[in-house]
Design a protein. Structure first.
Length: 154
């Protein structure tokens, strides 16, 4: 429905917003159901997610593993802290590249916007250096590729 925007705030925050042509309920499910996550959260073309675990409840753990089929890969682990069905998910995550990065605290909201949804993700990193390292990975293009896939799917 619309291209993702990524902005920074202060020294430690990254804000991602995107509008989708689907209701909040559909977006929430796509962020919590492992079968749906595996279909869209893939980043650039050529990547797959052979492992997708998401215990969609407060206190639940998740683990996502990606591979490009050519020997490269990484994974993310984390815990779900708060879940307000169809409107908000709060979690903490760490990337393993292969060593774990510092914790990234993430709040994702799904707000009805006309016939669609405005999704806003607010990431809080421990310091400016960690945020710069994360942004230098090229995450923006991978995220948008995933969101284009999600928009087409729902």
């Amino acid at each position: 429905m619309s291209k993702m925007t990524l902005t920074t705030e202060g020294d430690t925050h990254v804000i991602v917003t995107r509008r989708f042509a689907a209701p909040p309920e559909a977006l929430y499910r796509a962020h919590t159901d492992p079968e749906l996550i595996r279909k869209w959260l893939l980043g650039p073309e050529g990547w797959s997610m052979p492992v997708c675990i998401n215990e969609a409840r407060p206190g639940g753990k998740f683990r996502y593993e990606w591979t490009n089929g050519k020997g490269a890969g990484f994974h993310i682990t984390g815990e779900l802290l708060e879940m307000n069905p169809y409107s908000r998910i709060v979690h903490v995550e760490r990337m393993h590249l292969p060593d774990p990065t510092p914790d990234n605290h993430v709040e994702t909201t799904f707000d009805r916007d006309g016939e669609g949804t405005l999704m806003k993700m607010r990431m809080t990193l421990p310091d400016e250096k960690t945020r710069a390292m994360m942004l230098a990975t090229g995450m923006e293009s991978g995220m948008e590729a995933s969101y284009v896939r999600l928009d087409a799917m729902i």
